[in-house]
Design a protein around this ligand. Structure first.
Ligand code: ADP
Ligand code: MG
Length: 249
């Protein structure tokens, strides 16, 4: 079976700034990839390229088993849209629509974009809210929820179209420590269900628990990658150890 993500020689610039430098990476179906690294290393940009929020400049990229970027450039708009609809992204700052209810935040894409029936979309959304422990919050507005609840809504939203891959960009970085745990628990449950995941996080014990593979990025380069027992262990490079020392207080 085709890999879920295959990246070959990916490069991305912002003007003169070379942000992703010859990235090569493979993610298999069901795999949990965790990305760590200092701020500014290109982690978000890589996720944004994979979810089509940014365009890469060169390379070859397959997402959900479909070629998205080839030697000849990006695929046609219809193919790109199909690929995009198979991915879900959860942001650090939730990115909910503040003027929509929780329910509408989740049903907006299926109803407006995919023209699904409202009743069906609502039923699906209520199921996802239940799964997130938020079935009583359907009519609330984001501002009436805790950060942890808002993030669970945005996870429900990311799941609405039944994605093949979920991307998380520092999903707990905006949360108080006591709310972080509830989100990590939800992500672990999704992981246990077999979801393919790419997670950028600074939660190292979570990373060690959930990851099949960990990459350490710095200055737009994958500096080191390995299974968590190695990357978080004694045989990691001095640079990785130095980076991790900050999180082991
Ligand atoms: P990380 O998520 O690892 O902190 P980012 O991918 O956000 O890193 O950023 C990588 C580099 O790209 C940084 O130097 C950042 O300032 C720069 N950058 C990110 N987004 C943009 C943008 N839209 N325009 C210009 N530079 C950007
Ligand atoms: Mg980032």
């Amino acid at each position: 079976m085709a890999d879920m993500i295959e990246i070959k020689h990916l490069n991305k610039y912002f003007g003169d700034l070379h942000v992703l430098k010859d990235i090569n990476l493979t993610v298999k179906r069901g795999e949990k990839l965790v990305m760590i690294g200092p701020s500014g290393s290109g982690k978000s940009t890589l996720l944004r390229c994979l979810t089509q929020l940014e365009r890469a400049d060169s390379g070859e990229v397959t997402v959900c088993g479909e070629e998205m970027l080839t030697k000849d450039g990006y695929r046609d708009a219809k193919t790109l849209r199909e690929i995009r609809l198979k991915t879900g992204l959860v942001f650090q700052n939730f990115n909910l629509f503040p003027h929509f209810s929780v329910l509408r935040n989740i049903t907006e894409a299926p109803v407006r974009v995919l023209k699904r029936g409202k009743a069906e979309a609502k039923q699906n959304a209520m199921g996802l809210l239940k799964k997130m422990g938020l079935e009583t919050k359907a009519d609330s507005y984001p501002c009436e929820l805790s950060g942890g609840q808002q993030q669970r809504v945005s996870i429900a939203r990311a799941l609405t179209l039944n994605p093949d891959i979920l991307f998380f960009d520092e999903p707990t970085s905006a949360l108080d420590p006591e709310l972080t745990g509830e989100i990590l628990k939800v992500i672990k449950e999704l992981a246990a269900e077999g979801m393919t995941m790419v997670v950028v996080t600074h939660e190292m014990s979570f990373a060690r628990d959930v990851a099949d593979h960990v990459i350490f990025m710095e200055n737009g380069v994958i500096v080191e990658q390995n299974e968590p027992s190695v990357l978080f262990g004694e045989n990691a490079s001095d640079r990785v150890k130095q980076f991790l020392a900050r999180f082991n207080r």
